[in-house]
Design a binder for this molecule. Structure first.
Ligand code: NAD
Length: 234
């Protein structure tokens, strides 16, 4: 049924969250195994935490970079990359910052929350890749002498309006949407599936547990994303 609808769909949008990378070994924020030294990510991934103690925030990102660096995409990432190859109008919107979708071959990928392999100068706003693992000097410093921060949208910060507009258009215009591995509590992504549905799309959620949107989509498949995708073939 899902596969038939996917084959017929002209415009497909996929929204992913931390759950899709869980089976690759990336800890989620919510659920098991997401804590670091008893700090809550919502207290570390903030501009206030960085202003107060950039070294501590960078230590946390260094830890996350070390975890993510050797990891490989799983069946879920690969299914989505294959789906893109077979769909003429396809947009992947991810809340993840781990780069695993791109590693799986996804091309048209809108990163709502940035990317852990990019850094940004706090003075000049210059963005570049810094993929050394682990970073030896913490916090890292720009050639201009200013401190560098992860190029990530932290709690309390606004999303890039250009990125938002691309994501919103894809969501509004798609005729099939898949939502995978997101707790659907972080806005604005949490409302994307509802916007898609209001505009006529068929919406399927795949998540390890029920979420606030489970009762508002066309189908909610509860289970591990990799296992569910393993049973579907694009
Ligand atoms: P979240 O941590 O809030 O929720 C993850 C959801 O995935 C939960 O509902 C959980 O039940 C589900 N889940 C766990 N394992 C699963 C599996 N194997 N298959 C399917 N579902 C599974 O994640 P979120 O909704 O993306 O939320 C928010 C923030 O977390 C984002 O801002 C994102 O940047 C950040 N984050 C990203 C990563 C990453 O890049 N991999 C990791 C942790 C957090």
């Amino acid at each position: 049924m899902i596969i038939d609808l996917l084959k017929k769909a002209k415009k497909v949008a996929v929204l992913t969250g931390a759950g899709i990378s869980a089976e690759s070994g990336v800890p989620t924020f919510r659920g098991e195994g997401g804590l670091w030294r008893n700090y809550n990510p919502q207290e570390l991934a903030t501009p206030e935490a960085f202003a107060r103690d950039p070294g501590l925030v960078w230590e946390w990102y260094n830890w996350r970079r070390e975890i993510i660096h050797p990891l490989e995409p799983n069946k879920g990432h690969k299914f989505i990359a294959d789906l893109e190859k077979n769909t003429s109008d396809f947009t992947l919107i991810t809340q993840n910052i781990d780069g695993l979708h791109q590693k799986a071959g996804s091309k048209n990928c809108v990163e709502l929350h940035g990317n852990i392999w990019r850094v940004r100068c706090v003075r000049e706003e210059k963005v570049f890749e810094l993929s050394d693992v682990p970073l030896k000097d913490i916090p890292p410093v720009c050639e201009c002498g200013s401190i560098l921060r992860p190029d990530i949208v932290w709690f309390g910060e606004s999303l890039d309006p250009e990125v938002m507009s691309i994501a919103y258009n894809a969501v509004k215009n798609c005729d099939f949407m898949m939502v995978v591995g997101t707790s659907a509590v972080v806005q604005p992504a949490a409302s994307f599936p509802l916007i898609a549905r209001q505009n006529g799309a068929y919406v399927v959620e795949i998540n390890a547990e029920k979420t606030p949107i489970s009762g508002m989509v066309d189908e909610s498949l509860i289970g591990k994303a990799g296992e569910i995708f393993g049973k579907l073939k694009p």
